[in-house]
Design a protein around this ligand. Sequence first.
Ligand code: P1T
Length: 382
Amino acid sequence: MSRPWSLDTAAIHAGQHADPVSGAVMTPIVLASTFAQESPGRHKGYEYSRSGNPTRKALEECAAALEGGTQGFAFASGLGASTTILHTLAPGDHLLCGDDVYGGTFRLLDKVMKPLGIESTFLDMSDAAKVRAALRPTTRMIWMETPTNPLLKVFDIAAVAEVARAASVPLVVDNTFATPFLQRPLELGATAVVHSTTKYLNGHSDVVGGLIVTADAALAERVGFLQNAMGAVPSPFDCYLVLRGLKTLGVRMRQHVASAQLLAARLEEHPAIERVLYPGLPSHAGHALAMRQMKGPGGMISCVVKGGVEPARRMLERLQIFACAESLGGVESLAESPAIMTHASIPPEQRAALGISDGLVRLSVGIEDVEDLWDDLRAALA
Ligand code: P1T
């Protein structure tokens, strides 16, 4: 075939082959921790399951195809993936990070990497010139989420990638919120993509996992070494579940986007809501960029409930279909308070400076019937 597979086809077939022994069309879950060698050092490509596992390999190849990279690496959690790629840095290195990131990523940089001698500067990356100005002679990595968690800011990947390229520094994009169906950072010049597969890629809220994908051979070699040397690898069963979830990523994302778009527009009109943050709304500061950079504005909505923390808490208590829970990206709808839950590890002054107010509610719009979801939101806000 001359044309490369579209993402819907790659999600179902890339890295996956009928089992040569039985003909099974689904990737077997190979639970073996170790693999027999014909003679010491002579084997079928697998020695020990931390170093490599056939089920994991299928997931890694599928993820690499979806992101347009050459190599994928699977991890036991999104933070496991982040921790591993951050260990390509050395003491004395500096990292530039987008100012709005998952609370756990902030905590990893501030409480784990900083004591190891890797300092981070957090800044709004809306203006690539400010990113350039913030570079230090010791800057060795630029990191961003877009859309960001939880404020759904949209940053220009190509513009920041150009700054990174000129400085010979890798740009790492956490593509968890967008997924490769909506945004392909490597095509826009990013060096690597990281994911929490816990979210949309698995999509069913029954796995904690992570991924790194890159097309940079030197980085891939280093990450492959660290994956084995640091050992934050996922179980074969979890790899199987993510691989299974990936098959429906396209259909799920189309529904997440359609439903979120409708609910965001209705919430914006609701008298109990002060502000809606959703890249698909013309009122959003990053709307034009999102329309250009993404195939759809995603399934996440953040909104500020009028009156602050107490009305927001009441809303979260009253919701019936939306579960009040951390995480996102599953088929079921979730709602949460970033200030109390996912971003509590960010100091209150910093949260306030960023605009993560106590009345902020983050919605992960699932694929239930959208009118049922709207009735649920309306009743909770009444
Ligand atoms: O939870 P884990 O699989 O380790 O992934 C961490 C992570 C990384 N990047 C982004 C953008 C994330 O949102 C997360 C995890 N986030 C949540 C649990 C949350 O509710 O926001």
